[in-house]
Design a protein around this ligand. Structure first.
Ligand code: PMV
Length: 349
């Protein structure tokens, strides 16, 4: 048993059944007949970092969030995808490469991507190369940008002519926060109310904070220990504290919108840091607790506290991994580069 036969068996088959509603949503968006426009297509999408975190799903299958989130996309840090149609007709499976290394058909990543492609009912198999400017699976949002790139590449290779809203909905079904990687700058992803998720997708916010800098503080390159999916479901089991998280995150969301509107750089940094701390406090209060910090995170947080007590305003945000992202004023950039040798500078304007 190989290729599509394998994919149609066991695990995959149950996934296929489970994904029926997602399939319906995708079917309503993509054209009924897909014909290749060429045999190769490349696309890329920016890495986005959440300032207000999406944490918990109201619908697992359609990847609809329990709370609205806001992110900031990098201009110069991206994930890239190249699709090449396999036309020899012999092998009934996709070939997937992550940063040049072939991904096993049995791996979770392969299954996840193949089942996503299956939703489109595409008539071809592809050799798919995915690469990223940041370490993959280290909690640095590379896979979100990867899924957004795949949607963009499919749109082009089949000449689907989809609009940003449709692309953002498809990306969300691939990997929740991917919906925010369709735009540069600040992006809002509303929770939405509709069951089919038609009102829940990434929308560009036209605010600019030219002096704000966002940089990745690369502390650990390794694969993160706990997936966001697992973290989110553990958080939701922690019902009482999760309810408080939802209320606070909604208040943070509105506070951040206001700070963005008023061009309040320090307000934006502080609200983002508070929101991140709330998410990690929620995780530490789960049973059993989840702590995303590594020793390097603990040391970096101490270093940040020291730098702040020396008078340099620097803030951080942390996702489902041990790496940190720093938020600061451009005037402090040189000082922070001296402090942290592993700072990846990111252009956001
Ligand atoms: O989209 P996912 O499943 O990678 O979840 C993203 C979760 C966080 O990065 C922690 C928060 C966010 O909004 O990006």
């Amino acid at each position: 048993m190989c290729g599509k036969d394998y994919l149609r068996s066991g695990y995959y088959k149950s996934l296929e059944k489970y994904m029926l509603r997602a399939k319906r949503v995708v079917k309503d968006i993509v054209p009924p007949i897909l014909t290749l426009r060429g045999i190769e297509q490349e696309a890329s999408a920016p890495i986005n970092i959440a300032l207000i975190k999406y944490w918990g799903k109201r619908d697992e299958e359609l990847r609809l969030p329990n709370n609205s989130s806001i992110s900031l996309s990098f201009k110069n840090l991206r994930s890239r995808v190249s699709l090449r149609a396999i036309l020899d007709g012999t092998r009934g499976e996709h070939k997937i490469f992550l940063n040049g290394r072939k991904v096993s058909v049995f791996s979770n990543f392969y299954q996840r991507l193949a089942s996503f492609l299956e939703l489109f009912d595409i008539p071809n198999f592809f050799e798919i190369h995915i690469s990223s400017d940041v370490p993959i699976a280290a909690g640095l949002a590379s896979s979100s940008a990867g899924f957004a790139s795949i949607v963009l590449a499919l749109n082009d290779i089949y000449d689907m002519k989809l609009n940003r809203r449709q692309l953002a909905i498809l990306s969300r079904i691939g990997s929740g926060s991917a919906t925010r990687s369709l735009h540069d700058g600040f992006v809002m992803w509303p929770r939405g109310e509709e069951e089919d998720g038609s009102d829940s997708y990434g929308v560009a916010l036209n605010y600019r904070l030219p002096q704000l800098r966002l940089a990745i503080l690369l502390l650990d390159r390794g694969k993160k220990m706990i997936s966001s999916t697992l973290g989110m479901s553990r958080a939701m089991e922690n019902q009482k504290v999760y309810k408080i998280w939802l209320e606070e995150s909604s208040a943070d969301f509105h506070r951040l919108c206001f700070a963005l509107q008023s061009g309040d750089l320090w307000g934006v940094c502080k609200i983002a840091q508070d929101n991140s701390n709330r998410m990690h406090a929620l995780m530490r209060s789960c049973v059993p607790p989840i702590n995303f910090n590594s020793m390097n995170t603990v040391r970096a947080l101490e270093q940040i506290a020291r730098i702040r007590s020396d008078g340099v305003e620097v803030f951080y945000t942390q996702d489902a991994g041990s790496n940190l992202k720093l938020l600061y004023h451009e005037r402090d950039h040189d000082c922070l580069v001296r402090e942290f040798r592993n700072l990846m500078l990111c252009e956001i304007e």
